[in-house]
Design a protein around this ligand. Structure first.
Ligand SMILES: CC(C)(COP(=O)(O)OP(=O)(O)OC[C@H]1O[C@@H](n2cnc3c(N)ncnc32)[C@H](O)[C@@H]1OP(=O)(O)O)[C@@H](O)C(=O)NCCC(=O)NCCS
Length: 180
């Protein structure tokens, strides 16, 4: 199937593509406050290997600062050409901040690959990972005015619980639950 996607744990093979992903995001999506959703701060690392180490550490509670929760980060790869089309970060549990505002999952589809159905496919693949982790009640949130993300969540059967104001970014956020 031409448009099949898969989630892979980032590795050295994807370094150049990861840099290209950051470049494209800055060039085409710089004004979007959500542009780094799911990146696990990849954009802040000059050294890709150090970022690989950081996301590997994030799998282990003992390597995290108090209050942080373990998380998994994946590149979403299109199988037919091995291109990174997106990135997704799954938090394994919710602390107060995540419960109120950010939820279990953050994600992006790269600007040149949007509106092709990949956002929905990527989230569905992320939900499979949640199931593997035995997370069955999944909180996914988005800004109230992020129509693309809201539709993506709704297309994966997200049920809106409420809309709350986040004082950290001074914006309103929709909180959806997806039950698996
Ligand atoms: C949100 C995002 C992941 C959606 O990815 P995508 O690949 O374009 O989404 P899809 O093509 O799978 O579309 C899913 C649904 O959203 C709709 N949609 C997507 N972008 C849209 C937009 N900008 N405006 C209106 N509807 C939109 C699609 O029409 C589709 O609706 P449908 O289920 O009714 O057919 C992508 O826009 C993105 O990466 N944005 C920047 C980062 C971000 O906002 N992340 C989420 C933070 S909460």
């Amino acid at each position: 199937m031409k448009e099949e996607l898969m989630l892979i744990i980032p590795n050295k093979e994807y370094m150049n593509q990861a840099k290209e992903l950051i470049k494209e995001t800055i060039e085409l999506d710089n004004d979007n406050p959500d542009k780094w959703a799911g990146f696990s701060r990849l954009n802040e690392f000059e050294n890709y290997d150090e970022w690989l180490q950081k996301i590997a550490d994030e799998l282990h509670q003992e390597k995290l600062e108090p209050g942080r929760v373990t998380a998994s980060t994946y590149f979403t790869i299109r199988k037919n050409d091995n291109r990174i089309v997106g990135i997704i970060n799954i938090r394994h549990e919710l602390n107060d901040y995540l419960l109120n505002y950010a939820g279990h999952i953050g994600y992006s589809i790269r600007p040149t690959e949007r509106r092709k159905g990949y956002g929905k496919k990527q989230l569905l693949l992320g939900l499979e990972k949640c199931l593997d982790l035995n997370i069955k009640d999944i909180l996914v949130t988005c800004r109230k005015n992020n129509i693309g993300s809201a539709k993506t969540i709704e297309s994966c059967n997200g049920k809106l619980e409420n809309i709350i104001y986040n004082p950290h970014d001074e914006d309103n956020h929709k909180r959806y639950w997806i039950k698996l």
